[in-house]
Every structure is written in C-alpha cells, then in structure tokens.
Design a protein. Structure first.
Lengths: 78, 214
C-alpha cells in the first residue's frame, strides 16, 4: 500500500464532536497513541460554553458539512 | 466512553438549548473559572473511527507485538476495494457498513447519536422550494458538482464490491444511506495525525503529537 498523506484521512471523534465550533476558540488538541484530549487555553467562567476550533474552512466546506456552531462571513449570492 | 478510558472533567457538563443544540459548558455552579490548560475532554483512540480502522492498521513499533487501537470491528472491506477507491470513500463505506450492523455494531451508541439522514439540513438535502431557491444562488453549481462526485464515487465503489462478491454488497445500495455516510465523515473530522500520533511511516520522535488549530 502506498504511503498516505495525513491530511487525506478524516477521523470521527466521539465526545469531542459534541462541542460546537467557534472560529476563535482557544483550545489545544493533545493527541497521543492512547487518547485525544481537548484542552482549553483560556479560563472558562461558570456556565460558559466550551467550544472547539476546527480550524479554517472554506465556504464550500462550511456549507456542505453540518458544522455545529455559527457560520460567519459566508455569503450566498443570488 | 468511560469504560474505554474516556473522560469528561467533573467541572464540565453536557447541556442543550435551541440555539446551540447539544454542547459542553463549564458547570454553572462552579465557584470559579475553569483554569486555562484544563483538559476538559479525553476520548480514547480506540473509540475513534477512521480509515485506520477500515484497514485494521497496525502501527509499527519495535519489540513486543503491539496491540493496535484500530479495528475494523466486523466490516472487512476488501483490499482491492480500498486501493481502488482511496481513503475517503473507504471511510464512507466503512461508516455505512458499521451503520448497517445496527445494534450489533461496536460503534452503535455513537452512530445513533449522529444526525440521521432526515435530520440533515445541508444544501445537499434541499428539495422542493428550498432547492428552487438555492438554484438562484452561487451555491447551486457547487452543490451539483458535489452531488455528481459523490454519486460517481458511490457507483464506482459499489461496482467494485459487487465484482468482488462482497457479502451484503446489495445492502449498500440504499442511496440515502450512501448519501448520508460521507457527511458524518466530514462532520467533525480532523486530520489523521491527531489520532495516530504519527503518519503511517512511523517517526519515533513524534510519539506524542499536539495538534494545534490553524
């Protein structure tokens, strides 16, 4: 089998995918061989949502995927 | 999740509202802020689902025979199929195969939490008036291209499975399932480095890899 480019492989992440996406969320993913952790990089006040940051996506990716969270700066032109 | 080593910080909880749907928040009753650098969630690699599972990937390690966290869990797609359609379509068919296992599937609790085909509201599921409206927008062409691409990939994959006499290949003919399956794989997916810790060509110096959002 030919060697794969890492960015060609998509992964479903149970639990972590329960978080909504927020473009400016300050989080860090800690990926090990046993587990993947989501670490907040800012203090989170009580009652505040903890969001993930899926990184930049182009318009087509945002529109054709069910991203959890607000979509900003997307224009549908008529 | 907890049985397999998953973890949700005790100061964090699931919540739900109309605007945000299901989401995660710091518990309102906490006396102070959740401090930065808190690991709020931890998911075992063994519970992730990806191409690595579809191919029963075994990370190369030295010494003792490794136990891999990846497993096809009863959906063994033929190697000839995998090589022909590539990782992305393999993953979509793999997810669908797991979906078809129903309650017998290892990932059943997770799959049933994913949006059902009738719950998806992306433009690919538009019809009637919604589709008529979309056809006047700049997204119409992109939608059409995407639909044609998925349909072509689906037909190619199914043809190969049938040619290889893959058991229950006919179960993969449900167009709505095939159309649904690629979406969750693009729903919340992240590049494979974040679960493998290293690419398929192993680099020992990267046994723990931090994935930083772009």
């Amino acid at each position: 089998m030919t060697e794969l480019r890492e960015d060609k492989i998509s992964v479903l992440l149970p639990l972590i995918d329960a978080t909504n996406h927020r473009p400016l969320a300050k989080v860090e993913w800690q990926a090990g061989t046993e587990s993947i952790g989501l670490v907040v990089m800012d203090n989170v006040p009580p009652g505040v949502e903890i969001a993930n940051n899926y990184g930049p996506r182009n318009n087509e990716q945002c529109k054709f995927r069910s991203w959890k969270g607000p979509h900003t700066n997307l224009k549908v032109v008529q | 999740m907890t049985e397999h080593g998953g973890h949700l910080d005790e100061r964090v909880r699931f919540s739900r509202d109309e605007q945000r749907g299901v989401h995660i928040q710091a518990k309102p009753e906490q006396p102070s802020d959740l401090p930065r650098r808190t690991c709020v969630l931890k998911a075992p690699v063994a519970l992730t689902m990806s191409y690595f599972d579809a191919i029963d990937y075994r990370p190369p390690t030295e010494g003792v025979q490794p136990t891999s966290p990846f497993s096809s869990r009863g959906v063994r797609l033929p190697g000839e199929f995998v090589d022909a359609v590539g990782p992305e379509e393999t993953t979509a068919f793999f997810l669908m195969g797991q979906y078809l296992k129903g309650q017998d599937g290892f990932w059943f609790p997770y799959i049933r939490s994913l949006p059902r085909p009738d719950e998806l509201t992306t433009p690919l599921y538009y019809d009637g008036e919604d589709l008529a409206w979309l056809n006047f927008t700049s997204l119409a062409a992109a939608r059409e291209r995407r639909m044609q691409l998925w349909r072509a990939n689906y037909e190619k994959g199914l043809e190969i499975l049938e040619k290889l006499r893959f058991e229950n290949a006919n179960h993969f003919t449900w167009y709505e399932t095939i159309r649904w399956s690629p979406l969750p794989t693009r729903l919340t997916c992240e590049p494979g480095t974040c679960i493998c810790g290293h690419p398929l060509s192993y680099h020992p110096e990267r046994s723990l890899q931090k994935f930083l959002p772009a």
